[in-house]
Design a protein around this ligand. Structure first.
Ligand code: GDP
Ligand code: GDP
Length: 450
């Protein structure tokens, strides 16, 4: 589907090109200078706080013969309005309303298209009169902007959003379209030596062990093993086990094992979507395990922790609670990570483990629409308003999900860089709860409009 189109319309010198350049940034897509065709029109791909659209700049009349300017402008304006979803009608707030502005307003009104009035050069207070005058144009309150200084960008976003946002339409992912129902699950099983990784993998693969590696980019120390997991409901789901050298550890020198297992785990993590950290249930949680878990989350992968050898675990419930407590303490960001008990030797709990792996991956790839997000966001701010360090309020305006796998969000507002860590955590935990991200790593970036 093509991007929505926004055309910037206005008389010369109001700042159309300045806004165009700001929105397009480095990504100027094309400048069509075919003689006589679209000479006075530039198009580019714009991004505004996560909204993507095509922007058309109709500037470029200044150098031409002033006598024929209105006629050509009218043609240009009409052409731009016809092709655009929204016309951004820009005036110069410092200069106030001129007869040409009034004339353009008439053209726009008769075109019947969607018009958003923008009062540019409104930095400081110099534009106040122009803003008042512009009410007479009949397009309501203008968006006050300083294209040059980047002020009012969030207001512009708010004004455009209703017309051009596409709810629930996922952006194509880097790795192509991703359908959690059918996509191969890339799964790594990591853990300390003797946790039971080889036993688990052999149990999964049974007799049909099929080594398909090396996959592109995977070094000779890691291979991929394809396998189909048959869910209890009979569905067959493809899995690629990222197999690491850890599984062929036997030849390695004993004293190096501690180090090697982490290195191997890290290697597998690179290629995995979901990482199962397998613990020896008879030994509980050790520092090494916490390090691996921490790293998995830092790398933005989804994590599932399994306590293995549960068939021979003694005092199972206190053992389980001990591990859970140590995890909560040692790894705050892993709160809510699925902690399961399995036996690779008997096969008990393995379906639950695979189910959890698929579910976490689904959450890891989930996208929330900006509309849904901001409805939650407004409630979250109301329930717990942001602090005001030094008496100055932190003003948070919008939140949008800019990535999945792992879910990543951008929060826009003024002074958001001063947001305390605790408040950021409040928002991240709120996101998790509201949208069911479970324990997958959720990223929140703060950005003050520049
Ligand atoms: P266009 O002819 O509508 O494309 O206008 P330009 O983008 O070329 O801008 C015309 C002049 O206004 C330039 O000198 C810009 O630097 C200046 N200008 C643009 N935006 C602003 C603004 O927000 N504030 C101020 N003070 N000047 C601006
Ligand atoms: P790896 O080093 O992580 O690959 O661990 P292995 O798969 O080689 O297992 C280490 C030891 O634990 C072996 O003696 C296995 O037989 C044993 N083991 C693995 N899983 C289980 C289990 O679920 N229950 C029991 N009782 N023993 C297990």
């Amino acid at each position: 589907m093509p991007l929505p189109v926004v055309a910037i319309i206005g008389r010369p010198n109001v700042g159309k090109s300045t806004l165009f350049n700001r929105l397009v940034g480095k990504r100027l897509a094309l400048v069509d200078d075919q003689p006589g065709v679209t000479r006075d029109r530039r198009e580019g791909e714009a991004t505004l706080l996560g909204l993507d659209f095509t922007i058309v700049d109709t500037a470029g009349f200044e150098d031409e013969d002033a006598a024929t300017l209105p006629g050509r402008m009218r043609m240009q304006t009409q052409a731009a309005v016809e092709m655009a979803d929204v016309a951004l009608f820009m005036i110069d707030a410092r200069a106030g309303i001129t007869p040409l502005d009034e004339e353009i307003a008439r053209w726009l009104r008769s075109s019947g298209g969607t018009v958003v009035l923008v009062a540019n050069k409104a930095e400081g207070r110099a534009g106040e009169n122009g803003v008042l005058e512009s009410l007479a144009l009949g397009f309501g309150d203008p968006v006050q902007l300083s294209a040059e200084h980047g002020e009012g960008v969030a207001d512009l976003f708010e004004a455009l959003r209703p017309y051009i946002e596409r709810e629930d339409e996922p952006e194509p992912e880097e790795e192509g379209e991703f359908d959690p129902e059918t996509a191969v699950l890339k799964l790594a099983i990591v853990g300390r030596p003797n946790a039971g990784k080889s036993t688990l993998i052999n149990r999964f693969l049974g007799q049909d062990r099929l080594i398909t590696g090396p996959e592109a980019g995977i070094t000779r120390d890691s291979i991929a093993v394809d396998w189909n997991w048959t869910a209890p409901d009979g569905r067959v789901r493809p899995v690629r086990l990222i197999d690491t050298a850890g599984m062929r550890k036997k030849a390695r020198v004993q004293e190096k094992l501690e180090k090697l297992s982490v290195a191997d785990a890290l290697h597998a993590i690179d290629f995995a979507e979901v990482v199962v950290l397998l613990l020896d249930g008879t030994r509980g949680l050790e520092l090494q395990d916490i390090k691996i878990a921490d790293r998995v989350l830092q790398e933005g992968r989804a994590l599932v922790i399994a306590l293995n050898k549960w068939d021979i675990a003694e005092h199972a419930s206190s053992l389980f609670n001990g591990v859970k407590g140590a995890l909560d303490e040692g790894l705050a960001q892993a709160k809510g990570v699925p902690l399961l008990t399995v036996s690779a030797a008997t096969g008990k709990g393995l379906d639950v483990l695979m189910q959890a792996a698929f579910e976490t991956r689904e959450a890891w790839g989930r996208r929330v629409s900006t509309g849904q997000l901001n409805r939650w966001f407004d409630r979250a701010l109301e329930a717990n308003p942001p602090p005001a360090p030094g008496g100055k309020r932190i003003k948070m305006r919008y939140i949008t999900q800019n990535k999945t796998r792992p879910p990543s969000f951008v929060l826009f507002g003024t002074r958001v860089d001063q947001l305390p860590e605790s408040y950021k955590r409040y928002l991240i935990n709120g996101l998790r709860k509201e949208f069911g991200f479970g324990a997958v790593p959720v990223r929140l970036n703060l950005r003050a409009p520049k």
